[in-house]
Write a protein of this length. Structure first.
Length: 493
């Protein structure tokens, strides 16, 4: 990708700790205006190729191709020097680094330092961070205009996606909005050090990636690394109603950082700065009427989504926007026609030859907390409807996976009429169901055709159907037609 500001070879080496093991023959460039990591990309003469290595890819296999296609400079690991004869590259520049992914992060950190942005925002949490990022972006969009804002697309929130986003900065940008994620210890710390945010937001701490973090305490220790990286005068935005007490963040936050709380005020002793007094769903329109108070003033609006989990996301985004100078009225106006990204509590009204039913597509991901939130939403808002659950495994829970699936089985036993289940933890789900005396019908999804036939036979009139599973389960593929029609109608609007 082209970058706004040129980087000299000395700047690159000094900011990354890399070493030029071959420095060229003097005919190649020593100033770079382009950085790329995919050898298939088009690139110019003054381009720097970073050969990233991961579990399923190795960019070093394509260094030869880059050089043959006119590339002059490549960044490789020290291992590359042992595996390949580099003497044939005497006219090229080869930089060796301990870790090329870290090298990319260091380059991005240095590049970011060239910009005098008004606010750099980092958002993390077990659930909701992508939605909060998109909501925040829409609020900034309305307040400041598209050309002044850069965000990471989709969920490119890791040690590769975040640096690549930063390298897209140009002289027009004034605000940087980044979602940051983790599935390995230390990633939030590294990402926070790269960004050096002015505003850090932690949506919640829940049972996510327990394979790596073991328990909620481990998740908290990882997520709270964001608060540690804030400086005097910065802002920390946190959920006042979360399982982790706000005071625990305060103990990890440097002096001079201002804390902003949001929520429904459910935790005694922690009154939110931005408080949602009510959120009422209109089942006919699908909109939710929200009432919010902030600094003694009350605000109301109709928003295009529902469910407490998404209201929390809304409050988090409003809090971020507020500390960046955007008034509540503007933030709420930006949400009036905001559509939640597909797969996140997406409510679809559908009619077919088996009846009229509500389909809730919440397939973006699943963990015990987000699944319970979805169950609570169904229980609260559709008490009189037949309940059909299409569920899949909750992945990356480590040793706690069997117990967590048993717990979920117990919780849905008195709620569901029909359950279709896909995944390896079906025995634990059924154990939980049996413990609580499940009287509905359970179907194990063994193959696509059997599922389609069993599902087709159901009387779905006046039913609510919940789709919920981890990303790897791909449950949304069973409902491509319904979801596709819903997404198309929203894009037309």
């Amino acid at each position: 990708m082209k970058i706004q500001y040129n980087l000299t070879l000395d700047e690159i080496l000094n900011s990354t700790g890399g070493k030029a093991v071959i420095a060229g023959d003097g005919t190649g460039p020593l100033v770079f205006n382009e950085i790329f990591t995919d050898s298939r990309e088009d690139f110019g003469r003054n381009a720097l190729f970073i050969a990233l290595k991961g579990e399923n890819f190795n960019g070093e296999d394509f260094v030869e191709a880059v050089f043959k296609n006119g590339g002059y400079c490549a960044v490789v690991s020290w291992d590359f020097l042992e595996k390949y004869d580099i003497s044939k590259y005497g006219d090229k520049i080869i930089i060796a680094a301990l870790d090329t992914v870290s090298f990319l992060g260091d380059i991005a950190k240095f590049y970011l330092s060239k910009f005098n942005l008004k606010k750099k925002i980092a958002i993390t949490g077990s659930c909701g961070k992508t939605t909060v990022k998109e909501m925040t972006y829409n609020m900034f969009l309305l307040a400041y205009g598209k050309e002044k804002i850069l965000k990471n697309d989709y969920n490119y929130n890791n040690l590769i996606g975040v640096p690549k986003t930063i390298l897209q900065l140009n002289q027009n940008h004034e605000y940087l909005i980044l979602e940051i994620g983790t599935n390995k210890k230390g990633e939030i710390k590294k990402l926070s050090e790269i960004i050096s945010p002015d505003v850090g937001a932690i949506t919640n701490v829940g049972k996510s990636h327990l394979l790596e973090f073991k328990d909620i305490e481990g998740v908290f220790q990882e997520k709270s690394e964001l608060s540690k990286q804030l400086r005097n005068g910065c802002f920390l935005v946190i959920n006042a109603d979360d399982t982790i007490s706000p005071v625990r963040y305060k103990n990890k936050t440097p002096e001079g950082v201002k804390t902003v709380l949001y929520g429904f005020g459910k935790q005694s002793g922690y009154m939110p700065d931005i408080l949602c007094e009510s959120a009422v769903l209109n089942k006919e329109t699908g909109k939710t009427a929200v009432a919010i108070s902030f600094k003694g003033k009350k605000y109301s609006a109709g928003i295009n989504f529902n469910g407490n989990a998404l209201i929390y996301d809304l409050l988090c985004a409003i809090s971020i926007a507020s500390v960046c100078g955007i008034d509540i009225e503007t933030s709420l106006k930006a949400m009036e026609n905001f559509n939640i990204p597909s797969g996140r509590m997406q409510i679809i009204q559908h009619i077919d030859n088996t009846g009229a039913y509500v389909l809730i597509n919440d397939t973006y991901n699943s963990n015990p907390d987000s699944l319970r939130a979805a169950l609570d939403f169904v229980r609260t808002n559709y008490p009189g409807k037949k309940k059909i659950f299409v569920l899949g495994d909750m992945l990356e829970l480590g040793d706690s996976a069997p117990d967590e699936h048993i717990y979920i089985g117990r919780e849905i036993s008195g709620l569901a009429d029909y359950i279709f289940y896909k995944g390896d933890y079906s025995d634990f789900i059924t154990k939980g169901l049996e413990e609580k005396g499940f009287f509905g019908k359970f179907f194990l999804i063994k193959d696509d055709e059997t599922f389609k036939n069993d599902f087709k036979k159901l009387d779905k009139n006046n039913a609510v159907i919940l789709l919920k599973g981890s990303r790897g389960m791909k449950l949304e593929e069973y409902f491509k037609e319904e979801i596709g029609k819903s997404n198309k109608s929203k894009s037309i609007c």
